[in-house]
Design a protein around this ligand. Structure first.
Ligand code: PLP
Length: 389
């Protein structure tokens, strides 16, 4: 049987998604967070059924926002995979994960308000804050030689500010791959409680991890749920980001009502294929997810080993989750723009670190969600480019 994760460069290049089309054909793209593999067979089957029926009409839509089948699939997954009992009634379907953050910002803060986020973090966090006329309030992450952690003192100071009402949490953390511990999150939950801050917890990477248990933020303390909106989608772990379907899980009736009271067009625009794919993933996708996690663990270790052999300073920390590696280029002779250097000299595209926050200067994010052959080709090219400096 062919290796489902053994995609070769020629096949990958035929993909028509943004990852493979942004750069010229000779560039190996290890940037945006999608993988190079076909979707799980159970998802392909569901999508094939739609195709066979020519079933591309409007998806289920408001006022329910999600049929009970969808909401129950989400709740069932949370319980079986993360031990989290979710009331299906508190699930609202949205076009994607980021829309949940947009809705929360619109409903729970005012123009001009500071919104707390970590530095670094997935760069659209900053964009959604700024696009809504709010102001990013960065809280640094600290690197103690092992993993990146939150600077709790800085977080406490940020939460203590009178105008702060919202914190955008990312766990597992993109780009560093940190999985926050229960104790760390309890500290955040206590601070949120003390200062009446609502936490929007983006957990879209929860299902890709390498041993550290993912704990939903809403479950870490008795008071956590009522201050938490969880944002997620099946599309990251199951690799169908283009199908547009995510969801919010409100931790209280009040937050649920706030989500539901945005104009319906802001919550619509999901696609029927995305809706169906999510149900298939959360109902029957577990075995495939186990396989992809196994493959990604091997790719993580391979990438870390090879990059460390080139220069140990390139890999300050090994991600406990996500298929993203936060690499540090500050000690390597590649000039002030390592992304441009690698694009030009190695024909490999990584994500620009400074986009992820002020501390990202000199860092690049590498996506190892690909085959060993493609990863090796990219790292060979990087090694050759570095040899030439
Ligand atoms: C932390 C995080 N949140 C959200 C997203 C985007 O998800 P969506 O396309 O569902 O908005 C990504 C994509 O990489 C991500 O890494």
């Amino acid at each position: 049987m062919p290796d489902p994760f053994g995609v070769d460069l020629e096949t990958a290049r035929r993909r028509r998604s943004l990852k493979w089309r942004r750069y010229p054909e000779d560039v190996i793209p290890l940037w945006v967070a999608e993988m190079d593999f076909p979707v799980a067979p159970v998802i392909a089957q569901r999508l094939g059924d739609l195709l066979e029926r020519g079933d591309f009409g409007y998806p289920p839509e408001p006022p329910e926002m999600a049929t009970s089948e969808f909401r129950e699939a989400v709740a069932g997954w949370m319980q079986s995979r993360h031990g989290w009992i979710v009331d299906p009634e508190m699930v609202s379907i949205t076009p994607d994960t980021m829309r949940v953050l947009e809705i929360a910002i619109a409903q729970l803060s005012e123009p001009g308000d500071p919104i707390v986020l970590t530095d670094p973090v997935y760069h659209p966090f900053r964009t959604v804050i700024e696009d809504a006329g709010r102001v990013p309030l960065w809280v640094p992450m600290v690197h103690d030689g092992g993993r990146w952690e939150l600077d709790v003192g800085a977080l406490a100071a940020a939460f203590a500010r009178e105008e702060v009402r919202l914190y955008l949490h990312c766990n597992p953390h993109n780009p560093t791959g940190t999985v926050f511990t229960v104790d760390e999150m309890r500290t955040i939950a206590d601070l949120a409680d003390r200062h009446s801050v609502i936490v929007v917890s983006d957990e879209v990477h929860a299902d890709i991890g390498y041993g550290a248990r993912h704990v939903p933020f809403a479950t870490v303390a008795p008071t956590a749920a009522e201050r938490t909106i969880t944002a997620s989608a099946a599309s990251k772990a199951f690799n169908f980001a283009g199908l547009r379907c995510g969801y919010a899980i409100a931790g209280s009736q009040d937050l649920h009502a706030k989500i539901r009271s945005v104009p319906t067009r802001q919550r619509k625009s999901i696609s029927l294929p995305g809706y169906e794919a999510t149900i298939a993933a959360y109902t029957d996708g577990s075995p495939w997810l186990g396989d992809v996690n196994g493959h990604l663990l091997r790719m993580r270790d391979h990438a870390v080993g090879r990059l460390t052999a080139i220069d140990p300073s390139l890999v300050p920390s090994i991600p406990a989750a996500t298929y993203l590696l936060w690499t540090d280029w500050r000690q390597v002779e590649v000039g002030s723009d390592p992304a441009a250097f690698l694009l030009e000299r190695a024909r490999v595209a990584l994500s620009q670190g400074r986009d992820f926050g002020p501390s990202g200067e000199g860092f690049l994010r590498l996506n190892f969600g690909t085959s060993r052959a493609i990863l090796d080709e990219a790292i060979d090219r990087i090694a050759t480019a570095l040899d030439g400096v």
